[in-house]
Design a protein around this ligand. Sequence first.
Ligand code: SF4
Length: 216
Amino acid sequence: MARLARVYFPVTALGPGRRLGVWFQGCPIACPGCMSRDTWPADGGTEVPDAWFAGAWAAALTRGATGLTVSGGEPTEQPQALLALLRAVRSTPAPAGADPADVLVYTGRERDEFAALVPAGPGLVDALITGPYRAAEPTTLIWRGSANQRLHLLSDLGRERYADSLTHRPERPPLQVVVGDDDVSYVGVPRTGALPRMERSLRSSGIHLGRSSWRP
Ligand code: SF4
């Protein structure tokens, strides 16, 4: 069983191409300034059986998914569910003629901690971004929220898709806004301070956000 904060397709701002985004629920790391505070409570989100992942991934593939991004929350808090998701992706072949799909995982743990908590073995993860978010260490590197976070390329596919990302600093980071029935979420990695600035700007235009992912 997995407890998820949200699932979204297509994600275009957390990794290259059009991706299935899976946010795990629950994070005890509690980084000040986290943009996904709604994912912190371990008893929040929605439960799905592990078997649900294969169908979700197959559906994303038929809609043109080029990759999977796992974020959170902290995926290592649910290692068995994370492994079930990763194995479902690897055991589902891409449609004929499609490029192989890559797997990008975000964790607030360091790489050795991740390897100890999630014995994924070779081949399940192509790119891994490690380390907690530290608001006092801003970065302009793509896909990362703070300068301490590291991008690890773990496979040939990962090296092919993400080599440029090791040093790429876009003028503006890719971002998506997902508006739900009663909330607003950002998909992507905004620069430090961008979300409070945006909220102030909206407020000055008379738009008050009821709930958002980055406020408790
Ligand atoms: S940034 Fe990531 S690791 Fe840090 S509190 Fe938020 S979800 Fe957890």
